[in-house]
Design a protein around this ligand. Sequence first.
Ligand SMILES: Nc1nc2c(c(=O)[nH]1)N[C@H]1C(S)=C(S)[C@@H](COP(=O)(O)OP(=O)(O)OC[C@H]3O[C@@H](n4cnc5c(=O)[nH]c(N)nc54)[C@H](O)[C@@H]3O)O[C@H]1N2
Ligand SMILES: Nc1nc2c(c(=O)[nH]1)N[C@H]1C(S)=C(S)[C@@H](COP(=O)(O)OP(=O)(O)OC[C@H]3O[C@@H](n4cnc5c(=O)[nH]c(N)nc54)[C@H](O)[C@@H]3O)O[C@H]1N2
Ligand code: SF4
Ligand SMILES: [Mo]
Length: 679
Amino acid sequence: MVKGICGLCGGNCGMEFSVEDNKIIHVKGDKDHPISKGFICPKGRALPEIIHSKNRLSKPMKKDDKGNWEEISYEEAMDIIIQKLTYLKENFGSESLAIHTGEAGVGKQFSAYARRLGQAYGTPNQSSAGCHCHLSKEMANKMTIGVLPSPDYGNSKCIVLWGYNPMNSSPYQMMDINKAINNGAKLIVVDPQETKTAKRADIHLQVRPGTDGALALGLIHVILEEKLYDKDFVEKWTIGFDKLIDLVKDYTPEKVEKVTGVPKENIVEAAGLFANNKPGNISPGIAIELLTNGFQTARAISILQAIMGYVDVVGGAIMGSPAPLSSLELEDVKYNKEPIGKSKYPLFCQTYGSAQANIFSDAILEGKPYPLKAMIVIGSNPILTWPNANKLRKALETIDFLVVMDNFMTETAKMADIVIPGTFPIERYEVWQGADSLGDGIVGLAPKIIESEHGIPEWKFISDIAKAMGYDEAFPWDREEETMEYRLKGIGKTFKEMMDIDYGYKYRDFEEKKYEKNGFKTPSKKVEIYSETLKKAGYDPLPIYYEPSESPLSTGDLAKEYPLVLSTGARYLEYYHSRYRNIKSINDYKGEREAKVKINPQTAERKGIKDGDMVKVESLRGKIELKAQVTEDVLPTTILIPHGWDDANANQLTDNEMLDPISGFPADRALLVKVTAIR
Ligand SMILES: Nc1nc2c(c(=O)[nH]1)N[C@H]1C(S)=C(S)[C@@H](COP(=O)(O)OP(=O)(O)OC[C@H]3O[C@@H](n4cnc5c(=O)[nH]c(N)nc54)[C@H](O)[C@@H]3O)O[C@H]1N2
Ligand SMILES: Nc1nc2c(c(=O)[nH]1)N[C@H]1C(S)=C(S)[C@@H](COP(=O)(O)OP(=O)(O)OC[C@H]3O[C@@H](n4cnc5c(=O)[nH]c(N)nc54)[C@H](O)[C@@H]3O)O[C@H]1N2
Ligand code: SF4
Ligand SMILES: [Mo]
């Protein structure tokens, strides 16, 4: 048995691997891991089957003029790529190339290398899964309290899971959540769906999708009205509280019930529960970000937590910081053009030095703001995950040059000119980071468990392009161990030292109320209920609520034809975005072998739909056909569809035009659709 890290998701569970002849024979969760403590999920258990799948890509491939695939050598693939990148740079400027790393790159080394390649080549169009994940709420929290805090579940007295369902999405966190509940902590769930977790909650606030911002202001209203907030904290550590009082004045439980659909008694009760069971914390999930009002919603939720004084205390929301690894950013990079999206979403693009990939299809199809001619996509499957898939498909059909690096022939890889086989995390070294249940930061080096027999290590592919383009100075490393040595220098450890530790070491001990020493990491050093930064950038400085771009209230006429509110993408434990539909044990796990739309019995009856019937779901962007799952878990006004299925692609319904005005995030969780039975 060799110890290592699963790496298939961001959970970094500890695993023991039985290896024979460079093959993984068996895996099991390792009790010694300080965070996962022996837990593994169905994806982790299927790791040997995934890694050794016969469908795995094993050779670089090129599409010929007729659209047929031809296996080619790595050297030939490189020649084609280098020739094309040189041509593009000379004729259209470096900015005509975009480099995107997807979810598979989050917390993995290759996303930082890909950025470095983009910088060396001179394209500002570097992007990541952060264009539609995590960064909107992170930026909202940065601008409000300085960092996105993480909840200390184990010591909490009131846990609020807000558009977050860790039972499916972060199952390794359930041990701490269950422990707190067993110790008497209250549980509040905000979700349009009555999930298993919602069924266990003390209160389930079953919102209309996309109205979370109004609910947050309603909860603040009750807390202010009943004077339940932390007066000392608010006085000493916030700016703009008086303006908050004005803002929430109107958000009475009666009004908020009308907007959100949550009964007013539940709003009052939830506010009391959150305020009277100290300390509490709120976990905002992806659901509150994938909205056209997501950024301000994240701010309202952050402020609700802060005025209770729940930040940076045991059992509250911990303000940690990542381990100071050596940065892979090149310094003083100058670009000829701004990244795509900068003029529309300046704060987002500036904060993250990123383009906004959700509108790449417009740049490809219409040359707006300038033409995008080529893309290198590593560890992402945009056709199934980016908004407005019909438009994106058209764009990728017309793009001059598309390179996809993946482990499988995905819907996006099928559209590429060149496909490069990638590796899995256990086929390379990775630095992983996490925090134990006390909030202490842990950083570790995940060892390479087997050599890849098929794939090209991502860092090598990126580094080979860079070297062939003449950027040796920016990419001085020849061996993977050297790249890791460089990264680890920042934390004062050598590769060997880190390899000698099974599961990392604590780089930070938890310390309460760090803000008392240095203030909050905001311009005013206080919690910015009112944000000058937002005001200067032309946005509302307060956490205002406005209706989603499409909703029964904001677009009443549209709602006459498209009367149902659709939320897409709620996670299933066994699948990961578009991954693993080709893995037998995962398909067998619960027998969910196809996409199904969740629909309330009343709605189904009205439309003559029975459980298991095929139905058509249509939005202004497109339509898909899939099976109905008739269930009381959703309200009559709302339907839910999972994403990631190629034969019923939820993103054919989503939109890339009306995006969050601050972050450019798409409205994947609140759109209008109609459903009809197929006869
Ligand atoms: N198994 C598995 N785990 C994953 C992933 C995966 O694909 N599969 N993806 C990973 C990634 S990248 C991410 S970002 C996380 C996301 O993980 P979470 O943040 O937990 O997100 P979801 O499960 O997508 O949604 C959580 C809940 O939000 C509810 N919801 C839908 N619309 C709304 C709304 O408008 N308001 C509110 N309040 N709730 C709403 C859904 O019903 C769902 O129960 O999961 C990660 N973990
Ligand atoms: N409608 C709707 N759309 C959504 C969401 C939603 O809730 N609703 N959620 C959004 C969110 S939060 C996110 S994060 C994005 C994720 O969107 P993507 O980033 O596109 O994620 P995946 O579909 O998991 O695609 C990852 C690809 O990388 C490959 N891969 C896995 N590991 C590796 C590796 O180590 N190396 C390489 N080279 N390839 C690898 C996989 O085979 C897979 O094809 O989707 C977003 N899209
Ligand atoms: S939650 Fe599952 S997929 Fe994620 S690291 Fe743990 S075992 Fe692996
Ligand atoms: Mo995500």
